[in-house]
Ligand binder design. Sequence first.
Ligand code: GUN
Ligand code: ZN
Length: 428
Amino acid sequence: MKLLLGQTLSFINDPFMVPPGEAALWERRGAVAVEDGVIKEVGAADALRATFREAEVVDHGEALILPGFIDAHVHYPQTAIIASWGKRLIDWLGSYTFPEEARFGDRGYAEEIAARYFDLALSHGTTTSVSYCTIHPESVEAYFTEARKRGLRAFGGKTCMDRNAPEDLRDTVQSAYDDSKRLLETWHGVDRLGYVITPRFAPTSTPEQLEALGTLWAEHPECLMQTHLSEQTEEIDWVMGLYPEAKDYTDIYDRFGLLGEGALMGHAIHLSARERARLKEAGARLIHCPTSNTSIGSGLFEMASLKAEGQRVGLATDTGGGSSFSMLRTMAAAYDVGQLHGSALHPAQLLWLATCGSADSIGMGDTIGRLARGFEADLVVLDLASTPGIAQRHARADDIWEAVFPTIMMGDDRAVTTTYVAGAAVPA
Ligand code: GUN
Ligand code: ZN
């Protein structure tokens, strides 16, 4: 048994549904009791010290203990090309992304980048990632092998593309189905890993491939399914030309059985009223990727109105279209995008999105993403005064929300003092 001491914030409600400041319990001197990788109790430090007298005490002082961040949409193979200059989506894919992804047929390279990706994610306090791999099964093997070695709860899958991609990055209808099925059977449910059926997006799959992957998903509804939806206007024009019979972009996935509760729709920016109604009815999850949406020039996700109408939303870096590995930088971008829409997201809403919201979006809302008894002990510890600029603003704070907001807006991996995976501190 370990007792971690520090400030604690435990969400008890969705801060988009209740007054945000009342959505979480805050302890100035709190404690998290951890045993066998699971949270046993959360409460006031004095009370838990009295209850768990034998526990090893780790005192994080004034730092804030939170659930580890959950990044609901990343492309780990794009780690080395993050922050590439000057392109919009389709050109960016062709110029930077596809040439890099073509290297992942080499298992050694895939292993090197998977290890580098997880090192970076953990140093930024991200304990769960939901990643696209490449079309190569080797890239999936490397990802899951590395995640398993580190004891992570991680999700991912083979990206499928059988058209509109370079020759060496195309699979076929049959190989996409067969490889995905074999990888799913090998990895889904092993330790803390989950397989995600992954058609990249409608333009790079033939209707036959989307149909085959819809069939695979129907055969394995225990898996998640991830894809991209309505990210850029040029992309939407392109896709509607490729699927002229579809009512809209959402309808393409719907027609092939790729819409449902376990569907993670990356970006979801330019949606019609019909699409919003249908996505909600199907229970699909919308994944907000704000640093990517600004960096590639995609558009402004309508967080406030989407949450108000009851959509389920997760938050993500979209590494490497996104410009940062940090979920703090991602929260800051979500805040900025909200402001451009006339709604200032509360710090509670931003932190909730990066933890509970993302957990809920991947069907893990009762397992990870909350400081509460019975949840897995993946944690991040944040120094709320990690740089001189943050520290001087933090010194003026009157409550916990004001104390944490400068770190949300200006923080990065320097704010992360410790990351815990299943109760064990990750070596720096
Ligand atoms: N749409 C299809 N593939 C991608 C990708 O790799 N990144 C982003 N941002 N959008 C995509
Ligand atoms: Zn993406």
